[in-house]
Design a binder for this molecule. Structure first.
Ligand code: ATP
Length: 911
């Protein structure tokens, strides 16, 4: 029998006493610390990670680097020691740079993984708290609810309609109902251990209380951990495309280099020198830094997103974010504050106003301007009773000292669902405190709320022995389950007139943008079967309505405006009533004058084709169930949209997965929704999505910027050599200079481009087409034209100097080298915009300025610091040379810039 199987035929109290824990109090801190020391963290140990040394060595796994090293070895054997040492030094420096880039990228990625780590609700020291699931120890008392991932192996102590999907362990996808009683036999297969919950499996329905029996590698999941491979996708489509592009570039660079070498040799250059120059050129021309810089740009962008409270779970979504053309957002909590206050009740035929705001339970009830007492009416009292008893939230008060005088202030807070919190508050305002009511009543059974049923019920037993079903839920849905109404102290049949009156009231409350809830009850006869909610929640007596205010988040209105300017449509998808949803959508600017609102029932009857035809005009989906969300995502995608979709519940997971960018709620979201998502909002806020989209667009732009920079620089480098060989000139650059240029350009300036701030038009242009090539929108054009101009101008500087000083080749080479470097350092500013270099101030990227200045300093050191001169084959330059260098290095962007300036004129001519 396995270690685990021991608990199965024990009664719950035997298990808890075995673990030395009181199930009403949980463990205390000292016990937790001791156990943590004993058994370690509740984590599955990850597979072997590549060591730093291995990462460093991997930098040398490039074929061309090996050719270069062998070439260097040959030159060392031929006695050219300085060259050999310098080349090796540069190769090592390059490897260090690559190593730093890779380690940084890796670190940022693992930091991301930690951020989205699961948590668990655990009872410690008599208090429920949410802790990092890794900190659980055997003996901890944990509560689970629908959507939770089971955080460790548990033995259940209490369950309520609890179903767990265990396919991760057993392969069986039908959820298993769990219970807490001991089984007759302990030695049963995993799938039959009905009173156990296993780490990594998923709660699909109901609630459960359990004691942790094993953690980490001791769990069933731990035993098979080595079989589970992380399927997390961490490479973006762009990275994959760049990898392919990289391969093409290698071939092109090698062919061009071969051409340079052959042309050089045909023109009478020394074979050995040409070979070394060719290899250096190949090393320089192959953009080996590209993948690492892309990863860094992504990772740094992701860090910036975290600061804006958007946590990226899957790297590819960073790229997709920039293409998002529709954001489908939940209403409650994302567009609104999720701070509910009941402002109106409708009971006994009266619309009653409730005063007071927030969670402080102070306020009174008035009707037609006069205060009324809730206990004067039977229905009123019953409504508050249902509100308080059919409720899982907790209202508590802390006193804090505030201000200079340190006055005592009360701070009321809610634990649990804010909708239910608001109901506790209204109950307390009416004098019904949950703590007092629960003394009179005991809860027998609960039918939990879920977004499909849109209601919740409890069976409660009064001290006098009578049992009732208390239900609250979406009014239109609850009304269909009611046959009677409690009015003037009597239960009377619900006539069509009364029904119409209730519907009118619901509509009126919804028009005030209030979120509505209805309350109903019925007596439960002794011995009645109460297993299934669908049969129990029938034939109810209607009691009344509550309308609660949930103000929109302030920043959302602006965020929606930004979206519109950026060509992104915002769609509200809510479980709430159509009129309430519309009222809020209008207030926020989501609903357009010609926009449509569709509700869940329409969606049921609509065919996929019909929905696709209409979908572009729909702004609001109301009273929808989570399953509709998938239909909506698919219809939008069929219309060519890139869809971002939010969700929080367990049933939202399929839609989140299907969306191009699945977004989960950090605060209210279930583990399952988080695991299916690619982005988590740490603050559940819609505005955070918009900030992430902006960052996504910026990251992609930055990647394009340094691709444009690196490739144009490489084109320039190859071209200067190629044209020189073609024209029968001497070598304009020596190998070490080529390698130096490569090191400097691939290094700091390229990295600084990766953190370039967003351009002004980032959120005023339409979303990018997801199939668009990285070279689109002038990047390809820039690479070719700027590359050609850089190469040509550097050669021009070389040729002018050489023809003036035919016996001083080193001087001409130094000039060519400096021109090449300077023109690249000027071009880097041109890369920052899709417009002309003059359209953006160079001073808003301090890092870039610093990178360019340090590169210039390095260049000056190589030219003027005597010990470096023989290594880099340079000589000091005079003012005449510098004038030439400045003019020729400014020329490329100027010529190109002039062409750009002519564009409006060209447009004018072409109409
Ligand atoms: P969104 O989907 O935008 O977050 P929502 O929170 O209103 O909107 P649901 O949580 O699915 O969507 O709720 C749908 C309806 O169910 C609500 O309009 C309300 O009438 C009812 N409802 C919400 N919470 C509860 C609850 N705890 N108990 C009973 N009924 C509830």
């Amino acid at each position: 029998m396995s270690e685990q199987a021991r608990w199965i035929d024990w009664e719950p109290d035997k298990v808890t006493s075995h673990f030395g824990v009181d199930p009403a109090k949980g463990l205390n801190e000292k016990e937790v610390d001791e156990r943590l020391k004993q058994v370690g963290l509740n984590q599955l140990t990850e597979g072997e990670k590549a060591s730093y040394f291995a990462v460093f060595i991997a930098q040398f796994k490039d074929f061309m680097v090996w050719v270069l090293l062998i070439a260097t070895l040959i030159s060392a054997l031929l006695g050219e020691y300085t060259d050999a040492i310098a080349i090796i030094a540069i190769v090592i420096l390059n490897a260090i740079l690559g190593f730093i880039q890779e380690v940084r990228a890796e670190r940022s990625l693992s930091a991301l993984k930690k951020l989205s780590a699961p948590t668990a609700r655990v009872l410690r020291n008599g208090k429920w708290e949410r802790v990092d699931a890794a900190k659980l120890v055997p003996g901890d008392i944990v509560v689970l609810e629908s959507g939770d991932r089971v955080p460790a192996d548990l033995r259940f102590l209490k369950t309520e309609n609890l179903y767990i999907e265990e396919s991760a362990l057993t392969g069986e996808s039908v959820p298993v109902q769990k219970r807490s009683e001991a089984l007759a036999k302990a030695d049963v297969p995993l799938g039959d251990r009905k009173n156990m919950g296993y780490m990594g499996t998923m709660v699909v329905r109901g609630t459960g209380l359990g004691v942790v029996v094993s953690t980490g590698m001791a769990t069933e999941m731990g035993r098979i951990a080595h079989l589970i491979e992380s399927t997390e996708e961490m490479e973006t489509p762009l990275q994959r495309r760049l990898e392919q592009l990289g391969k093409v570039l290698v071939v092109v660079a090698l062919m061009l280099t071969a051409l340079v070498v052959v042309t050089g040799i045909l023109h009478g250059h020394d074979v050995y020198k040409m070979f070394l120059a060719g290899v250096s050129l190949a090393v320089a021309a192959i953009p080996e830094g590209l993948p690492a810089i892309v990863t860094i740009a992504l990772a740094l962008g992701v860090q910036r997103m975290i600061k804006k409270r958007a946590i990226v779970r899957k790297l590819p979504s960073v790229e997709t974010l920039g293409c998002a053309s529709v954001i489908c957002s939940d209403k409650t909590g994302t567009l609104t504050q999720n701070k509910m206050t009941v402002t109106h009740l409708w009971v006994d035929g009266k619309r009653v106003q409730v005063s007071g705001s927030g969670y402080a339970p102070y306020g009174n009830f008035s009707w037609q301007g006069k205060e009324i007492q809730p206990f004067s009416s039977q229905a009123f009292r019953r409504l508050l009773e249902i509100a308080v008893l059919c409720n899982n939230a907790q209202l508590s008060c802390n006193t804090v000292k505030e201000g200079l005088l340190k006055r005592k202030q009360e701070e009321w807070r809610i634990d649990g669902d804010p909708t239910e919190g608001a109901l506790l508050v209204v109950g307390a305002k009416g004098g019904l405190l949950a703590s007092e009511v629960t003394g009179e009543w005991t809860r027998v059974k609960e039918y939990p709320f879920d977004s499909d049923r849109k209601m919740m019920s409890v069976i409660v037993k009064h001290r006098n022995g009578k049992q009732f079903l208390y239900t609250k839920g979406a009014p239109d849905i609850l009304l269909s389950r009611c046959s009677h109404i409690l009015h003037d102290g009597k239960i009377t049949p619900l006539t069509p007139t009364l029904r119409a009156e209730i519907l009118k009231q619901i509509e009126e409350l919804a028009l005030m943008a209030l979120r509505n809830l209805a309350f109903a009850f019925r007596e439960v006869r002794p011995g009645e079967k109460v297993e299934r909610s669908s049969t129990v929640e029938q034939g109810l007596t209607f009691v009344g309505l509550a309308g609660m205010m949930d103000p929109p988040r302030e920043e959302v209105k602006e965020a929606i405006r930004v979206c519109r300017r950026a060509g992104i449509k915002t769609v509200m998808i809510t479980g709430d009533h159509q009129t309430t949803a519309e009222a809020i959508a209008i207030e926020l600017g989501i609903k357009q004058p010609h926009g449509l609102t569709i509700n869940g029932n329409d969606l049921y009857t609509m065919s996929d084709e019909e929905l696709q035809q209409k979908i572009n005009q729909i702004d609001v989906f109301a009273r929808v169930s989570p399953e509709h969300k998938l239909k909506i995502v698919k219809a939008l995608q069929k219309q060519g949209h890139v869809v971002a979709m939010t969700g929080d519940g367990v049933n939202d997971a399929p839609a989140i997965k299907a969306a191009d960018i699945g977004i989960a709620m950090g605060v209210t979201g279930t583990d399952v929704s988080k695991e299916s998502s690619s982005l988590i909002l740490a603050d559940d806020n819609f505005a955070t999505i918009v900030a992430a989209v902006e960052e996504g667009r910026n990251i992609y732009d930055n990647i394009r910027k340094f691709i444009s920079y690196l490739l144009a620089s490489n084109v320039g480098e190859i071209l200067v050599m190629f044209l020189a060989m073609l024209g029968g000139f001497p070598l304009p650059l020596v190998p070490i200079q080529i390698l130096w240029v490569n090191l400097v350009t691939d290094g700091l300036p390229a990295m600084a481009l990766g953190v370039d701030p967003a351009e002004e038009d980032t959120m005023t242009r339409p979303p990018r087409d997801s199939r668009e090539s990285v070279f689109a929108r002038r990047v390809g054009w820039k690479i070719v034209t700027r590359g050609l101009l850089i190469g040509f101008c550097s050669l021009m500087a070389f040729w002018i100097t050489y023809s003036e000083n035919p016996d001083n080749l080193v001087l001409a080479q130094t000039v060519a080298f400096a021109t090449l470097v300077m023109s690249q350092l000027i071009y880097v500013f041109d890369c920052r915009t899709t417009g002309s270099i003059f359209s953006r101030t160079p001073f808003d990227n301090k890092l870039l300025i610093l990178a360019v200045l340090s590169s210039v300093l390095l260049l000056l050191a190589v030219i003027y610091y005597p010990p470096l001169q023989p290594i880099f084959h340079t000589v000091p330059l005079g003012i005449r040379e510098w004038i030439l260098i400045c003019v020729t290095s400014i020329l490329p962007v100027n010529i190109a810039g002039l062409l750009d300036l002519l564009r409006p004129v060209r447009k004018l001519i072409h109409g």
